[in-house]
Design a protein around this ligand. Structure first.
Ligand SMILES: Cc1ncc(COP(=O)(O)O)c(C=O)c1O
Length: 437
């Protein structure tokens, strides 16, 4: 019920809701705004959306797998029942064999205890649970600059502070990680550092992978600086299987032979289907219980049927064949975006971009002074006049970092087909030229 005040603004007579600090810290996320923009501007070519290519989604394969899972009524009923908080052991064994293949372990990683594996609702849930398990307000997380902006939102909601670490064409710079750790120590805050977070393959947003030599160096630094308490390294390998060319690197996790320092976050969203939303974490032993306790409160186990379906496609070999075809499809679109960047942007002075060997993103830097944020003339002109959208690069840096770069864009070749990618890049180049005058 509404009543009118003296200045006639309608005011509800229902008492106001008082929200938690956590919810207020989580407010106004860029991801929701971007999704909304996409819905409100259906005529736009979106180079913003990080959604997977519709054409890659395995309808027939999933249908057949569901059919096999449900064929036998008894095992079918089991799959339709709740599972367990970390996922049933026999399924985790199948997921471990998948990881063993990726890691090149012929013994099936038998020496990795199954109780260090937790199946989650996408890897996003794992990122959230780890944050909840480790961070108190005011604690610190070192992140590559730029980094996955949704994780920055998770940290912010937890009241944690993200500290940017320089990242170049070889990923997070160990020298800069050490510099930041020294600076934190000199402020007397080392005991507040809980985590180093890095997307190790074809980073979202920068497209770069951490080079092979840097992988053990980052791990060594985390170990060296774990003086009074353990600092963990969260390796987010979301795009690992979207590999198109160039070398294949071992995971950072593989260098952590005692499995005490690295959390490996994997997902089947990009390589198979985000609709089934199955993720997997490999955790240091001590972290398993706190994460499962939190997960117990949240859902006491992710969708059991979906876990069974993914396990079934892994076992049947359909998954491997599917990933091969997904890679082929994305490679064509990556090539389309890189070619369009060369064709339409090469002659604009001061524009540079990263040409990725995998993943879904091309990271483009415009001349200093050409801002790309939601309120910038470029974003508005691109969306309203040229009907093309991108993710403003500044979202991918800690929001309280005053000097963060503001002239970058994350361009995704995920959703569009090759001709849409090219047309989107052409429109974007026109928008940039317009702004530069
Ligand atoms: C770097 C990165 N990590 C994690 C995720 C989470 O994906 P999901 O929860 O679907 O596994 C995403 C999704 O876009 C991502 O880009």
């Amino acid at each position: 019920m509404l009543r009118e005040t003296s200045n006639s603004a309608p005011v509800s007579s229902v008492p106001a809701l008082h929200f938690s600090q956590h919810s207020r810290r989580a407010a106004d996320q860029a991801i929701s705004y971007l999704m909304q923009q996409g819905v409100e501007n259906p005529d736009c070519i979106s180079l913003a959306a990080g959604l997977v290519d519709e054409k890659t989604l395995p309808v027939q394969l999933t249908k057949a797998a569901v059919d096999r899972v449900l064929r036998d009524p008894e095992s079918g009923r089991t799959a339709l029942q709740y599972g367990t908080t970390p996922g049933p052991e026999h399924l985790r064994r199948t997921f471990r064999s998948w990881l063993a293949e990726l890691e090149g372990h012929s013994n099936g990683l038998n020496n990795l205890p199954l109780d260090q594996i937790v199946l989650t609702t996408g890897s996003q849930q794992l990122l959230l649970l780890i944050t909840q398990a480790l961070f108190n307000p005011g604690d610190l997380c070192l992140v590559a600059a730029p980094t996955y902006f949704v994780f920055l939102g998770v940290l912010e909601a937890a009241g944690a502070k993200a500290i940017p670490v320089k990242s170049d064409e070889n990923g997070m710079c160990p020298v800069d990680l050490e510099r930041q750790l020294k600076a934190i120590e000199s402020r007397g805050e080392l005991d507040r550092v809980k985590l180093v977070y890095t997307v190790s393959y074809y980073d979202n947003p920068s497209g770069v992978s951490i080079s092979e030599d840097r992988r053990p160096r980052l791990l060594d630094l985390v170990k060296t600086w774990s003086r009074n308490h353990r600092i963990l390294l969260l390796e987010d390998a979301a795009y690992r299987e979207l590999h198109y060319d160039g070398p294949k690197y071992p995971s950072i996790w593989s260098f952590d032979t005692d499995r005490e320092f690295v959390i490996l976050a994997s997902t089947f969203s990009k390589s198979f289907s985000p609709g089934v939303r199955v993720g997997m974490g490999v955790l240091p032993k001590e972290l398993v219980k706190p994460v499962c306790d939190l997960k117990g409160n949240e859902d006491f186990g992710s969708a059991h049927l979906n876990q069974n379906v993914v396990a079934e496609v892994i076992r049947s070999g359909d998954y491997r064949r599917h990933v091969d075809s997904v890679q082929t499809g994305y490679r064509v679109k990556r090539d389309a975006m890189v070619t369009a960047a060369r064709d339409f942007f090469s002659d604009i002075p001061g524009v540079t971009w990263v040409e990725p060997n995998g993943g879904m993103y091309v990271w483009m830097t415009l001349p200093a002074g050409v801002e790309t944020g939601f309120n910038s003339p470029l974003f508005r002109y691109a969306a309203q006049k040229e009907k093309v959208m991108y993710v403003p690069g500044e979202l991918c840096y800690p929001s309280d970092w005053h000097d963060r770069p503001r002239s970058q864009m994350r361009l995704s070749f995920g959703v569009q087909q090759a001709d849409g990618v090219r047309e989107g890049m052409l429109r974007l180049s026109r928008a940039v030229r317009h702004i530069l005058g």
